[in-house]
Ligand binder design. Structure first.
Ligand code: DX5
Ligand code: ZN
Length: 219
């Protein structure tokens, strides 16, 4: 079992107060910073490029947890590692759920010196990733449809989390299990009880007192 890590999603940050809000994250018990890369094609929203990640890296020593929601993750993973990504997760759907392609990209990310993981959308069967689990530092279970912050937590994704816990145990692996979408001061308990050890939270963290909100997810 891994100890719990909070990875606040800067998708919900107030960018007019970016340095102040990053300073709050630095002063909080969050250990990671979740950076959502959207290309306007894999998902219907557009966010940050690598130069923005470089700016965050200058302001923070938090582990940069980069979630690629892009149609060509093999192209962009090296670019974001170069910009400072410590963990890169990419969607299996972007690689046609082809586990040979997924395996090659996991290997490539490791070769470039970063941690690597895969992400599954709500409608994707998590069991398809079984062949690549031993190469994953983390598996990210989406608990909303990717694209936007502020949506409701999908509790019906918890069987995927439990399956990952069982696989990890059965195969004696050590990957982290991250959940992303709709995590707040209530829903995090359901995720943690199911076995999630890495919690992404965007709108919940950035509404009100950032430090107190991060602490609330560690109770
Ligand atoms: C959604 C992103 C999430 C998003 C979560 O596509 O992957 O990381 O920021 O936002 P909340 O926590 O508000 O659901
Ligand atoms: Zn995300």
């Amino acid at each position: 079992e891994n100890s719990r890590i909070i990875s606040p999603s800067v998708l919900s940050m107030d960018y007019s107060k970016m340095p102040e809000q990053v300073a709050q994250l630095n002063a909080s018990p969050a250990k990671w910073l979740h950076f959502d890369v959207m290309d306007g094609h894999f998902v219907p929203n557009l966010t940050f490029g690598p130069d923005i990640l470089k700016g965050f890296c200058k302001l923070s020593d938090l582990v940069m947890d980069v979630h690629l929601m892009v149609s060509d993750p093999a192209k962009y993973a090296p670019i974001f590692i170069d910009a400072g990504a410590n963990m890169v997760t990419f969607h299996v759907e972007a690689l046609d759920n082809d586990m040979e392609k997924v395996q090659s990209l996991l290997d490539e990310i490791h070769k470039l010196g970063a941690m690597a993981g895969v992400v599954v959308k709500p409608k994707t069967d998590v069991k398809i990733i079984q062949p690549v689990l031993s190469s994953c530092d983390m598996v990210l279970i989406m608990t909303v449809e990717p694209g936007f912050g502020g949506q409701s937590f999908m509790e019906d994704m918890m069987p995927k989390v439990k399956w990952l816990v069982n696989q990890r145990e059965a195969k004696q692996l050590s990957y982290r299990i991250e959940v992303d979408g709709g995590i707040n001061g209530t829903t995090y308990k359901t995720a943690v009880d199911s076995g999630a050890d890495t919690l992404v939270a965007g709108s919940f963290v950035f509404k009100g007192n950032i430090i107190e909100n991060v602490k609330a997810l560690l109770k």
